[in-house]
Design a protein around this ligand. Structure first.
Ligand code: PEP
Ligand code: MG
Length: 916
């Protein structure tokens, strides 16, 4: 028996979209549910693949005979006959693959017309105008789709007839005009193809089936699949739906339209769509005439409107999803021509999810699963409203989502100054250093030409919820001249630019923004998510404003407070520098004594905001040279100052003891210095000391260098100060009745011995503070796992650490030996493009390598300390598929930047539901 290539709508399996395509499967489903659909049948996607794979592009054997058998049934069903000169059956031949690709493949309507069947149609309908209208549509569509005749040739002829008739709209043309159109169109085809238009309906049908199959490999369809990452296992080949024509263009009692069961823009529970009286389907989508809103049908065709509402309700209750459907009314009878799940924006997705669950149409879990966590990004960050005529001038890595416009400024001090003046600025830098942080605060967004998604700029921007495009390599910044070169463009300070941190695009000028909105529907949906999730969702937050924002987004605590951010504040940086350049332990202690009360206040603030949630504070991590200016910068400054010392000319003494030196203009000083020569000497000396320190701290490989716990063990007084500040802050909060749960976390650990040493200091200081304040402080002690050896030794580390947190930024860097600063700008895109690596491992957790280390570390850590709390605080903690993996290996929590907390909450719920 030969393979079944064709299924009638009353027999096909409505669940098998891969075989029948989405449209075909749904038409089967609708027919079998009793919804009025014109009769028809579907040719499978397998037949399409068989045809495309055949060297000579022959239809699979027996396909056409199966089609003919089904045509016979269709004739019985409709009482019409295909190719008949008395009661002709006309067909629509429509594409449809497993995944909806709107408009990407071809469809032919009114197939089966020729001069003979036209006569039959004229007798059967007694409607000349209608018949010629249908015929001219068929010739044009078939000519274009199946014979490759350009649309413009037909349009030209059509316009000529309209002009001759003196009308503007096609509905104004008479039957005679339309008959003329048909004659001209047949001529157009003959001229273009060199052959007469095929009149045999069976030949037309075979050509049309092949044309629809071919459209699967058309440029439009291929581009669409590439763009939306549609792989063959998702959709392979198109089905062909052959359906008896129903006519919306028979008279003013006929109409055609498209509808959504709910508003796809807002999600409101009202029917949404448009229709046209006396028209065929493509008129609505092609915009030939302006359609009316569906609500107008309530007055124009009240009975049919009632039927349409019934159809809408049936569709939703059957598919349990918002439907995007097409309908046609033929002489007062309503038919549903197709239905599919409606595509909606994030606002509508969230609202419809919540409302459909509250209406009892779907369960809360189904409501959660309807929404991809990533789509929430649209609701959490402002987006750019980009029109078609705006093109980016550069692009980099989408490092922190959202859009922002402002004037370009090239150094942090000036960004801060201008920001304070109320100007909107975008900080543009080659790369950012921790000392730029005040510029971040003042800016709407950050653009850098170097660095990856886990670079300092990216991490800090994400924490702040500020858009950031990183590593836009085509941008060359000249801070001195205050301009940047971007390809052929020169951007001077003050020029407005716009960045899109969600796509990495950079635009010249201001692009309008669409505001973010955290709606009450989203809050409801996320509360359902929290109820099913097992993973807790914490935030990476370093300062009070980040912590407040994280709480607003539903963070259940702080999973990572990077204390270096506190050191970078411009008011503290000079003290930190004094601490670094101190030659003796005593001098260092003096600086630390000044820092202690400041840090204590920092922690008190954080604990108070987050109470009663836990706050995990990581002791200082980066190499200390990061707090000092760059070597070349210091060399230049010292040079200038020495020259000044020799000759005070060129200085402008502005007050008793401050002078400025100007280079290019009278507005922007390049050096601010004491006017007094002795004071100037002191400044030079300090800069020289700094320069010596910078040189002595130089490391070839700072990321693998003197940082984290290694630094802490070298300068015990730094960590001791931080530990004391944390515990004293906790004590003061407790005294004030604030319920605090501090956790001290040690970075870059690779051996239990390191933890043991620091733990001894914690224990001593803990006792000290408890006795000084006369109270008990609960404070836990934990380790970051971001070094491969730490994972391998998790069993030992767990003897000292009460909790672990995976720092997957460094762990990914260490596992791959890829620099987290550079790889994304160098070879990673090429690796991804050539499928050497499927994903960017700094964005999507590498489950097979880094993930394996994590899985083992969890197992080994809990072998020593059963039930041990283990989390993740690298950037992957906010990435949905990585969160799913974290759930699978039994982590306790994920921690991510504040604005990603809602995405992580939904992803945690998905992970829990999928695991059932
Ligand atoms: C990490 O390495 O994953 C981490 C959280 O620490 P940082 O990004 O500060 O190095
Ligand atoms: Mg790290």
């Amino acid at each position: 028996m030969s393979k079944t290539w064709v299924y009638s709508f009353s027999d096909g399996n409505g669940k098998d979209k891969k075989l029948l395509g989405g449209k075909g499967a749904n038409l089967c489903e609708l027919t079998q549910t009793g919804i009025r659909v014109p009769p028809g049948f579907v040719i499978t996607t397998e037949a399409c693949l068989g045809y495309l794979e055949d060297e000579k592009h022959r239809l699979p054997p027996s396909l056409m005979s199966q089609v003919t058998d089904h045509l016979r049934l269709l004739e019985l069903n409709t009482g019409k006959k295909f190719g008949d000169a008395l009661k002709p059956l006309l067909l629509s031949v429509r594409s449809g693959s497993a995944l909806s690709m709107p408009g990407m493949m071809d469809t032919i309507l009114n197939l089966g017309l020729n001069p003979d069947t036209l006569k039959g149609l004229l007798v059967a309908t007694d409607n000349e105008r209608f018949c010629y209208d249908v015929y001219r549509r068929f010739i044009q569509l078939f000519g274009k789709v199946a014979l490759g005749v350009p649309d413009a040739l037909f349009d030209e002829e059509f316009e000529k007839v309209k002009e001759r008739a003196g009308v503007k709209q096609d509905v104004e043309l008479s039957a005679w005009d339309l008959s003329d159109v048909c004659t001209s169109f047949l001529q157009v085809v003959k001229q273009f193809t060199g052959k007469p238009f095929p009149h045999d309906p069976y030949e037309q049908l075979e050509i049309a089936i092949k044309a629809v199959f071919n459209s699967w490999m058309g440029k439009r369809a291929i581009d669409y699949r590439r763009e939306f990452k549609i792989t063959p296992d998702m959709a392979n080949g198109t089905a062909v739906n052959i359906v008896a024509m129903v006519f919306g263009n028979m008279s003013n009692k006929s109409a055609t339209g498209v509808g959504f069961t709910r508003d796809p823009g807002t999600g409101e529970n009202v029917i949404f769509g448009e229709y046209l009286v006396n028209a065929q389907g493509e008129d609505v989508v092609a915009g030939i005439r302006t359609p009316k809103p569906i609500a107008a049908m309530a007055h124009e065709m009240p009975d049919l409107f009632r039927e349409l509402m019934e159809l809408r309700n049936k569709l939703e209750s059957h598919f349990k999803e918002v439907q995007d459907f097409e309908f046609t009314i033929e002489e007062g009878i309503l038919y549903c021509l197709q239905t599919r799940n409606g595509k909606m924006n994030a606002t509508a997705m969230v609202r419809t999810s919540v409302e459909m669950a509250e209406e009892g149409l779907i369960t809360k879990e189904q409501a959660l699963l309807r929404i991809k966590p990533e789509t929430l990004e649209q609701l959490l960050f402002p987006r750019l409203n980009i029109s078609d005529d705006v093109a980016p001038i550069a692009s980099g890595l989408p490092a922190s989502p959202g859009g922002a416009s402002g004037i370009a400024v090239f150094d942090a001090d000036r960004a801060e100054k201008m920001g304070r003046e109320g100007l909107k600025v975008i900080l543009v830098r080659e790369e950012t250093k921790p000392e730029d942080i005040h510029g971040f605060f003042a800016s709407q967004g950050i653009l850098t030409s170097r660095g990856g998604k886990t670079s300092h700029a990216a991490v800090v921007a994400r924490g702040m919820g500020k858009p950031c495009v990183a590593g836009a390599e085509g941008i060359h910044v000249d801070v001195r001249l205050r301009h940047a070169l971007i390809g052929k463009y020169q951007i001077t300070e003050g020029d407005v630019i716009t960045i899109d941190g969600s796509t990495g695009a950079v635009y010249l000028g201001e692009v309008p923004l669409i505001d973010a909105e955290f709606s009450s529907d989203l809050a409801t949906l996320l509360s359902w998510a929290d109820a099913v999730a097992r993973l807790k969702v914490m935030a990476n937050a370093d300062i009070p404003s980040d912590a407040k924002r994280a709480l607003k987004f539903g963070a259940m605590g702080i999973g990572l407070c990077r204390t270096e951010r506190m050191f970078n504040d411009p008011s503290r940086l000079p003290i930190v520098i004094d601490m670094i350049i101190a030659d003796t332990k005593e001098d260092r202690q003096k600086a630390l004594d000044r820092l202690l009360p400041i840090q204590r206040e920092d922690f008190k603030n954080l604990f108070t905001i987050m109470a009663p949630c836990p706050v995990t504070i990581r002791l200082l991590d980066p190499p200390i040279h990061e707090f000092l200016p760059q070597e070349q910068h210091l060399v230049d400054e010292i040079d200038i100052l020495r020259n000044l010392r020799k000759n005070l000319r060129g200085m402008k003494v502005l007050s008793e003891n401050v002078a400025f030196m100007f280079q290019h203009d009278d507005v922007h000083p390049i050096v601010q210095t004491p006017a007094d020569p002795e004071l100037l000497d002191a400044v030079i000396l300090k800069k020289e000391t700094m320069l010596n320190k910078v040189r002595s701290l130089h490391e070839v490989n700072p990321m693998l260098g003197h940082r984290g716990v290694r630094l802490g063990l070298t300068f015990p007084e730094i960590y001791s100060m931080q530990i004391r500040a944390i515990l004293e802050a906790a004590a003061e909060c407790l005294k004030n009745g604030v319920d605090v749960h501090p956790e001290i976390m040690i970075p870059q650990v690779c051996t239990a011995q390191e933890l043991k040493r620091v733990k001894e200091w914690v224990t001593d200081i803990h006792k000290d503070v408890e006795s000084a304040y006369r109270l008990t402080i609960n404070c836990s002690f934990g380790s970051m796992l971001e070094v491969v050896r730490a994972c391998m030794r998790a069993e030992n580390l767990a003897e000292e650490a009460e909790f672990f947190s995976f720092g997957t930024n460094d762990l990914t860097q260490a596992t791959f030996s890829f620099s987290r600063e550079d790889a994304e700008n160098k070879f990673l895109p090429m690796y991804n493009m050539n499928h050497i690596l499927q994903d960017n491992p700094f964005e999507v957790l590498d489950v097979k390598g880094v993930g394996k280390l994590m899985e083992l570390a969890v197992l080994w850590g809990r072998a020593t300390r059963p039930g041990m709390k283990v989390g993740i605080c690298g950037e992957h903690g906010g990435h949905p598929s990585s969160i799913e993996f974290c759930h699978q290996i039994g982590l306790t929590y994920v921690s991510c930047s504040g604005p990603r907390v809602p995405i992580a909450r939904l992803a945690a719920a998905h992970a829990a539901i999928h695991a059932r």
